[in-house]
Structure formats: C-alpha cells, structure tokens
Design a protein around this ligand. Structure first.
Ligand SMILES: Cc1cc2nc3c(=O)[nH]c(=O)nc-3n(C[C@H](O)[C@H](O)[C@H](O)COP(=O)(O)OP(=O)(O)OC[C@H]3O[C@@H](n4cnc5c(N)ncnc54)[C@H](O)[C@@H]3O)c2cc1C
Length: 510
C-alpha cells in the first residue's frame, strides 16, 4: 500500500510492528524480506517516486578536510535511493577484512566472513547478480577466454567482481512494494526525530515531516534506520531531546570513523605480448564479470598495509580521464551525463606494436579513523533539521599502502608477463604524504555507526542493534567496522538480510 504523507491529515498517527526508515538498497531489501508475513511493516521514504530538487536540497551540507563530493548530490533522496546512480560493481569482503590487524588501528569486526556467507548468497539475486561464485576457476570454466596472467597467488591473486545491470531499486521493486498487502509505504515522509523513552532504553516513535508543513508520528515495536551512513549519523545525532549527545552516542562514537574507498590511479603497466586480457577489462555497463589484482593476506601482514585491489584500464582511455572527484557536480543532469559517457574518450597516446598498455587503478580501504567524521552543522534545512557536516581525513597508511600495492603488482607482473610498471609521480617520493588533486572517493559511505561488541568502541552490536537501546537498529554500511576493498552495496544488502533474520527471531519470541 502506498500513501503520500503530504495528503494525510496533519498530526496523523501511524502504527505498525516494524518501522523501516529509508527506501534505498538497505531499506527495500529489508522490506522485501517481510513481505507476506503477518507483521505490519511501515516503510518511510523521505522523497517521492521521482527525483525532486527540493528533497535533494535537504541533503546539502559542508565538507572539510580532504576534498569531497558535494553532499547534496552524493546520495539520491527518493524511493530507490542511490541505486538510481550506482554502477553495479560487486564483490565480497575477504576473511582478513573482519579480523583485528595490529597494523590497522580500530580494525576487527565482532562477526566473521563465514557469518555473512549465507546472506551473500541470498543478496545476489536481489542485485541481479550471477551465481554466488567468486572463484576464478568457476568463471574460467564458463569462458575459456578468461585467461589469468601466471602470477604467484601467494603474493598477488585474482579477485573476482560481478556486475549488477545495475539494478535500479525504484524501477525493479516499486510495484512489488506498493502491491504488498502488509507493507505500508509512505513517501514524502522525512524522519526528523527519533523519540526515546525517559531513560533512553526504548524508542517510542519517530517524527515525520514534509515541506507542506505537516507533521506525523509513527509508532512501532522495532525501528530500523536505513538512510545510509551520513544521514544515519545525522538522524541519531539530531535526535537529542532525551539524550543530549544524540542517540547511541554516550561514548562519542556516532558519526566517527566515516570511511570511503580511496579510488586513484597509481601506475602505468606496459606488457609485451600479454595474450588475452579479457579477464581484466571492463566495458562499462556491459561486462558481467572481471578480475582485479589483489594482495595476499600474507603480504598485507608482512608489509603492514591496508587491503586494496588494482584494476586495468586501457591507457588510451584512462591517461587523460579526470577523476570522479574532479568531475562530479551538484547538478544531477550533469552527473547522469558524466556517468553515461564514462570511459568513452581516447587520448592520442601511441602504443608500439606488440605491446598493450594499461593504467592500474586502485580501490583501497581507508583505515578506520575517529577524526574522519560526520557532525551536525549549526545551519538547518527547510524541515528544521541541523545539516550534516563531513570532515574526510586520510592518513599516511593509505598512501603507503597504495605505493606498496603497485610495487608488489609491478614486481609480480614483471616476473610473470614481461611487464613493466611505472609508478605515477605522486607515489615516487616515499616521504611525500600529500595527495594529488585527482584523489577520489568511490561514492562509498561507510562507518559512522560502527559495529563492535564493546559499547565504548562502537555504536551497534553484532546484530546491528544500537547499544543500550532495546528496539533501535541501524541498517547498511554505516555499521561497517572496516571498509575492505570492494564496493559496499553487496555486503550492506547481505548484512541487512542477516539483520532481518535476527529481527524475525526476536519478534517471534516477543
Ligand atoms: C555514482 C555512484 C556510483 C556508485 N556505484 C556503486 C557500485 O558500483 N557498487 C557499489 O557497491 N556501490 C556503489 N555506489 C554506492 C551505492 O549507491 C550505495 O552503497 C547504496 O545505494 C547504499 O544503500 P542505502 O540503502 O544504504 O542508501 P541509499 O541507497 O542512499 O538509500 C537511502 C534512502 O533513505 C532515504 N532517506 C534518507 N534520509 C531519510 C530520512 N530522514 N527520512 C526518510 N527517508 C530518508 C533516501 O531518500 C533513500 O531512499 C555508488 C554510488 C554513487 C553515488
């Protein structure tokens, strides 16, 4: 069932069993899991079914520190969320990503990779991915042209990516959600406050507002906040009527440890007679599987570096291509155009016969950093909510890790495939800790309500429940304790399915 909350009588009271705030990848994945159950599910979406400039404006906010994309356009504020923009790159996190690593401060999750396995398998079809297979051998059997370079996998191994078409949750799931008998979707229902009881042990309701000046109240047994990392933190911090520092923030962790992937070119790779390189190449929005080069757990440990991978981009296309950070604008139409033309322009580079040349492009986890954080600004949006402010901060560890990843790949590809890797200038001086202007994030927001069993070190527990509050859960990549190398959406959908199973058990026994 769908209701436009602008058409409700002012001060309406809505009641249900569970209330999901935000209808993006996480919120819709959660709602689909509860379809056709006996429970009444309220799904609150701040925007409508189409892009709406006035709704998008509510996301605007300041950024400081390392240059970042404009907050106004970095996430989409309508049904389907940012899946209206995403590019569909998917891969699984590695075992090491969940472990505590003594060389990565604040690393370690309270769950293991194995705990997510069944949920990864269930998430694949939601994102229209292929079979739950991320082993190179499986894909080689399907297509013998996918030939790997003969690398020593104890040093550099082949990590498989699958590509979603990409699934636009608005187009794919709108009718299913609207027609579901037990799902009550409200659009133009911006949650501006989460109201706790006196001792802040339980959430009683959330306040919903829209620009028509109407305010409504939603009551439920359980609340799941699925607005993505920046808005998740903003909502907890600004819900401060009972808890002055914000909900879940007794230990000053909400908003901290904001993580992105550093996405950056690092070197140029020239290979004499490489044979087939189909395995590594990406035709944007067409390729369904490819490999990136990843560094083994052993080498990460030996060199005390972060986890990251490198992909191959044909040098003729990549050398002069500006980074996403340089081209992304506040304007949706310009961004849509940029995305649709991605990788289509060639540079005049001449490549000698018999050679192939690539740019090696890194996507690396950012180390969890308490100073990289979302806070509330003094300025308010049109609904009276304090705007989000983001301070993005990188450290020496990210830069040193990128350099070492390119050195290791250079040595390995040189040995195995008569290749030569030339580090880009910004990586050549080991003492230089500055970042070049083409440094970019991947539009991946993680952290801000990080997971830890210790309330002093995290905001949510291993089930994504906010510490100290009985019925408040966070869904999505805001719960990540570390960022791993892969793009976040497959893992955040998997984590949401796991949360959903947990909640079903809980509600059954309550
Ligand atoms: C250009 C681009 C390319 C990307 N490519 C990839 C990729 O290739 N692979 C990958 O894994 N990821 C990619 N991403 C990231 C991906 O889009 C996100 O990881 C994913 O959409 C996050 O899902 P989510 O549900 O947490 O947040 P969102 O999808 O942003 O959904 C949040 C929802 O909450 C709603 N909402 C927000 N605040 C409120 C409120 N106060 N009240 C009510 N509702 C609210 C929003 O309107 C929205 O519908 C990309 C992102 C961008 C911008």
């Amino acid at each position: 069932m769908h209701t436009d909350a602008r058409n409700l009588e002012n001060n309406s009271i809505i009641e249900g069993d569970i209330c999901i705030v935000g209808a993006g990848a996480a919120g819709i994945s959660m709602a689909l899991e509860w379809m056709d159950t006996k429970y009444k599910v309220i799904l609150l979406e701040g925007g409508g079914f189409e892009y709406d400039e006035k709704m998008q404006e509510l996301y605007a906010g300041k950024t400081t520190g390392q240059k970042y994309f404009p907050l106004k356009s970095i996430r989409l504020h309508y049904f389907g969320g940012t899946t209206g923009h995403w590019a569909g790159f998917c891969s699984t996190f590695d075992q090491i990503d969940f472990k505590e690593r003594d060389w990565v401060p604040h690393s370690g999750w309270p769950i293991k990779r194995e705990d997510l396995d069944p949920f990864y398998a269930r998430a694949q079809p939601i994102l229209d991915l292929g079979p739950y297979e991320y082993d190179l051998k499986y894909w080689q059997q399907k297509d013998p042209d996918l030939k790997p370079l003969p690398l020593n996998e104890e040093i550099v191994w082949h990590k498989i990516w699958q590509f979603s078409p990409p699934t636009r949750f608005n187009a794919k799931y709108k009718d299913t959600i609207v027609n579901a008998g037990n799902i009550y979707l409200y659009t133009y229902a911006n949650v501006t406050d989460i109201k706790a009881n006196k001792d802040v042990s339980n959430i009683e309701s959330v306040t919903v507002k829209n620009l028509e000046g109407k305010t409504h109240t939603v009551k439920a047994k359980y609340f799941i906040i699925a607005c993505c990392s920046i808005q998740n933190a903003r909502l907890l911090l600004s819900s401060n009527s009972q808890a002055p520092k914000g909900l879940g923030n007794d230990n000053d962790n909400v908003g901290r440890y904001f993580m992105e992937h550093v996405e950056i070119k690092g070197s140029e790779l020239w290979i004499a007679d490489p044979g087939s390189v189909k395995l590594y190449l990406l035709e944007f929005l067409t390729t369904r599987t490819r490999a990136e080069l990843a560094i083994s757990e052993k080498k990460q440990k030996e060199f005390k570096i972060l986890n990251g991978t490198a992909s191959f981009n044909p040098l003729q296309i990549a050398r002069d291509m500006p980074s996403m950070m340089e081209t992304w604008s506040e304007n949706k139409d310009e961004n849509d155009k940029m995305m649709s033309e991605y990788g289509s322009k060639k540079s005049p580079l001449v490549i000698p016969k018999g050679f192939q040349a690539f740019q090696l492009f890194t996507r690396i986890e950012q180390a969890p950093n308490p100073n990289s954080r979302v806070t509330l600004d003094t300025e308010k949006d049109a609904l009276g909510m304090p705007r989000a402010a983001l301070h993005w901060e990188l450290t020496e560890l990210e830069k040193r890790s990128i350099r070492k990843i390119h050195e290791l790949i250079g040595q390995e590809v040189g040995r195995a495939a008569k290749g030569r890797v030339q580090l880009l200038e910004y990586l050549q001086n080991t003492k230089d800790e500055t970042w070049p202007k083409f440094t970019s994030g991947g539009w991946h927001h993680m952290g801000t309500t990080r997971m830890s069993n210790d309330p002093k070190k995290g905001v949510v527990d291993a089930n994504c429940k906010v510490h100290g509050i009985n019925n408040l859960y966070m869904a999505g990549s805001s719960c990540y304790a570390t960022a791993a190398a892969p793009n976040p959406t497959l893992t955040l959908v998997s984590l949401t399915l796991r949360l959903s199973d947990h909640l079903k058990e809980r509600i059954k026994s309550s």
